[in-house]
Design a protein around this ligand. Structure first.
Ligand SMILES: Nc1ncnc2c1ncn2[C@@H]1O[C@H](COP(=O)(O)OP(=O)(O)O)[C@@H](O)[C@H]1O
Ligand SMILES: [Mg+2]
Length: 323
């Protein structure tokens, strides 16, 4: 066992160099992840969650690129890695599951054909051995009668089943890290809960670490060990999931929790955070949440400090009291 974490991200900046200007989608993100750990990455739409995920797996396309920072996977620097070496890691050691399984599944190939190709992309395997591995992996994600269903095409599966196939494809090589970007958002609640439970036991059984990207705090609270809250490309709060969501210290995390339907009493209006997420094209200096924040004052026009306690990080001039 090495002492270094599975993944260590330091001061990551991923920018899009557009004709309108530089969109700073990820702006100084740092975190680490241990083997088998499940990290929830939450925040409103446009906060930089997906771009963070794409950065980790080396899939940021022009006009975007990693402008600076470091991503170490098992101690090996991924920023600046030659594309061929990144491709060798992708799918094998680090896999990604997208919100829409159509991004992964090819409509003209049977499930068995495409999973066989995925197996053979990273090593020699006979068709029979690859199909066998595909069937066993489909069984692990809760697809009944998997061997018989290998000859089905994606359109013959329900949305929930297609997403299970995408997850199984990510699991084929026993990756060390899976980045899942809103993989259950399009599914109904009961299927979502089932997939969450399966992902959690898989991570714990196999030691696969998981970065679970979601705008849904409820999902993350039932799945993750730790949570990172993102706003305007930055991490504004990070900590153990139970404690952080029970007693948030950043006013933005508080606002996200207060806007959950489960928090409102029947007949009461939801407490939406006022205003909208800022454009990442030209943020004024200081705390990007200040214009929407009930606690903001003049000092918030300067960059907020990182307030670090035993198990929590809060980037705020006026954090809420620790519980
Ligand atoms: N190809 C692109 N060109 C320009 N800006 C982009 C591109 N992709 C993403 N962005 C910007 O990056 C920011 C973060 O996006 P994203 O990571 O998709 O947010 P989230 O996943 O949290 O909803 C957004 O402001 C978005 O407009
Ligand atoms: Mg996204």
């Amino acid at each position: 066992m090495s002492a270094s974490p599975l993944l260590e991200v330091r001061d990551l900046r991923t920018h899009f160099f557009t004709r309108a200007g530089v969109v700073k989608a990820v702006e100084g993100v740092s975190f680490s992840l241990e083997k088998g750990e499940i990290l929830g990455l939450v925040g409103e739409s446009g906060s930089g969650k997906s771009v963070t995920g794409f950065s980790l797996i080396g899939l940021v396309d022009p006009p975007g690129r990693i402008a600076s920072g470091s991503i170490k996977f098992e101690g090996r620097e991924l920023v600046g890695l030659p594309p061929a070496e990144m491709r060798a890691l992708r799918g094998k050691r680090i896999a990604m599951v997208f919100q829409d399984p159509a991004a992964t599944l090819n409509p003209v190939l049977s499930i068995g054909q495409q999973m066989t190709l995925a197996v053979q992309a990273h090593g020699r395997a006979s068709d029979a051995a690859a199909r066998d591995l595909a069937a066993r992996t489909l069984t692990r994600v809760g697809i009944p009668d998997a061997a018989a269903r290998l000859d089905a095409y994606p359109h013959e599966f329900s949305g929930g089943m297609r997403q299970r196939v995408a997850i199984a494809t990510a699991l084929l090589h026993g990756p060390d890290l899976i980045i899942a970007d809103e993989p259950t958002t399009a599914l109904d609640v009961s299927i979502q809960a089932q997939i969450l439970a399966e992902m959690k036991s898989l991570a714990k059984e196999t030691g696969t670490a998981l970065v679970w990207i979601s705008h849904d705090l409820a999902t993350v609270s039932s799945l993750a060990d730790r949570v990172l809250v993102m706003y305007a490309g930055r991490i504004v709060e990070a900590g153990a999931v139970g404690e952080t969501l029970r007693a948030p210290r950043h006013p933005y995390t508080r606002g996200l929790l207060d806007s959950l339907p489960a928090m409102a009493r029947p007949g009461e209006k939801l407490n939406q955070i006022p205003g909208t997420t800022p454009s990442l094209l030209s943020l004024p200096p200081g705390c990007p949440f200040a214009p929407r924040c009930p606690r903001a004052d003049a000092v918030c026009a300067t960059d907020p400090p990182d307030v670090v306690t035993a198990s929590r990080l809060v980037r705020c001039h006026h954090p809420l009291e620790a519980a």
